[in-house]
Design a protein around this ligand. Structure first.
Ligand code: AMP
Ligand code: GLC
Length: 453
């Protein structure tokens, strides 16, 4: 079959069955994204004013956190020069004020939980229970209508209400997203790819502050769901990870006892101690989602430096290196499903078989293209509008390698007793924005796969 035909049949089948998926638990990170589309002249002026030399220094090496305007501007330039995403915690209130005055073009739902809640609940009509660390009025307004719930405790009794009906006046957790297109030029730098730099002016998500409702009523909440997706552990550091990890392990135990499949959305975790701990608990998850940088960073803590280097050496990423890396990860941790995504293709390694794994990847690729094209996906019909986005040309060579090495057919092969599923993706040439595409991919594929089972 052609990829177009496979795409089209995958979409029809997921659309038909997604209504049957039960409640999905989403924890832990939700915030407000203030998106600023960078203007080169404005950015250059700000850099000159702050001191070019100092700012340039941080564009060579990222600071650990933002405590000055030079850190902020240096971080932005670091991302532009490499076309790579980065996210840093903004500690200084003066820098928070600077970012607020600099302003934004758009306010959007942010955080993996918030983005997935709006997609699953607001677009696919799959009921979700979301952890929202702080429910300000603005945060609540950013939730779409639909079966999206947050737990509320009334006289010790658990109630599930839509975030808009939670009616609390809590804090605004704002992440400033500085987006730039491919070819964006400042000074002598030119962005090789569209991407963004994030400054998080937020004390709750970076510390994974878990709400009392989730601590007190977790057993009951877990009793109401069929699937779970965990995210937001990426900003933890060796100084603050212990407490949230204790709570995470308790949650995993409760979910495990109920045999609820749990997906971990990995996200780039700069702290090595935290990354190691995540790899240690990975076997208690059913599934994990990650990109090439994240997979390479895991290979590093597993002592597989050579594979880590291979993963970052080519564009598109060498699929044989990806397969080797995911095999090592599956064998070492016992995780049953690894969903790898990169610019141009996805691979899934599963310890079970079936064409539904590949079909869910194709559905996710359509959703991602719709998100890139429109910025916001409003309905499942928006997803099918991405059918006319062409399949990435470079994915052909990737597929040929997989055919040659593993005898792959129609995107499916068997490797060391695992199934390897492949999807060449649709790439939008001029995306509206890049933030949240990874979350769209992982949640669509994970939930889509369960819909097709
Ligand atoms: P992440 O690396 O987790 O932020 O996720 C980004 C993913 O989004 C990449 O791995 C690509 O698969 C996908 N992606 C990025 N840009 C585009 C685009 N212009 N069109 C379609 N998919 C994209
Ligand atoms: C991270 C950021 C958040 C953004 C999300 C998109 O969680 O903190 O601001 O919306 O990534 O994936």
């Amino acid at each position: 079959m052609t990829w177009d035909a496979l795409y089209s049949s995958a979409f029809d089948r997921v659309r038909e069955s997604i209504g049957r998926v039960g409640r999905v638990l989403l924890a832990y990170n939700t915030n407000i994204d203030a998106i600023k589309y960078l203007d080169p002249k404005d950015l250059e002026e700000r850099v000159e004013k702050a001191g070019k030399e100092e700012v340039f220094r941080f564009s060579e090496e990222l600071p650990k956190k933002i405590t000055s305007v030079e850190h902020l501007l240096g971080g932005i330039l670091w991302s532009v020069r490499r076309g790579k995403a980065a996210e840093l915690f903004v500690e200084s209130c003066l820098v928070r004020f600077y970012m607020k005055k600099w302003g934004w073009d758009e306010l959007r739902m942010g955080g993996q939980v918030g983005i997935m809640a709006n997609l699953l609940g607001g677009v696919y009509n799959v009921p979700v229970i979301a952890h929202v660390p702080q429910l300000s009025r603005l945060q609540a307004e950013l939730f779409k209508d639909g079966p999206i719930y947050v737990p509320k405790l009334e006289d010790g009794k658990l109630k599930l209400v839509h975030p808009k009906a939670f009616q609390a006046d809590e804090e605004n957790l704002i992440h400033y997203i500085y987006e730039f297109p491919r070819g964006f030029k400042v000074f002598d730098f030119e962005a090789p790819r569209e991407n963004r730099f994030i400054g998080s002016a937020d004390d709750y998500n970076p510390n994974v502050c878990i709400r009392p409702e989730f601590k007190e009523a977790f057993e009951e909440i877990a009793g109401k769901v069929e699937l779970a997706i965990i995210s937001g552990l990426q900003a933890l550091t060796k100084e603050n990870y212990k407490e949230p990890f204790e709570e995470l392990e308790r949650h995993l135990e409760v979910l495990g006892e109920r045999e609820i499949p749990v997906h971990l959305e990995f996200a780039f975790t700069p702290d090595e101690t935290v990354r190691k701990r995540l790899v240690e608990v990975l076997g208690r998850f059913t599934s994990v989602g990650l990109n090439e940088v994240e997979l390479a960073s895991i290979m590093e803590v597993l002592g597989e430096k050579a594979i880590a280097e291979k993963l970052l050496a080519h564009d598109p990423v060498d699929p044989i290196a990806v397969t080797e890396a995911t095999l090592k990860l599956a064998e070492r941790t016992g995780v049953k499903r690894i969903h790898f995504h990169t610019y141009g293709y996805y691979l899934a390694l599963t310890d079970y078989k079936g064409a539904h794994v590949r079909d869910a990847l194709l559905f996710a690729a359509l959703a991602a293209a719709a998100k890139a094209k429109l910025g916001d996906v409003r309905s499942i019909d928006d997803v099918v509008k991405a059918m006319d986005v062409p399949v990435n040309e470079k994915a052909k060579a990737v597929e040929e390698k997989l055919v040659e090495e593993y005898g792959m057919k129609d995107g499916i092969a068997e490797v060391n007793g695992y199934q390897l599923s492949f999807a060449p993706t649709k790439i939008v040439a001029k995306p509206k924005s890049t933030v949240g595409i990874g979350d769209t991919i992982s949640s669509s594929a994970f939930v889509g796969e369960f819909a097709l089972r």
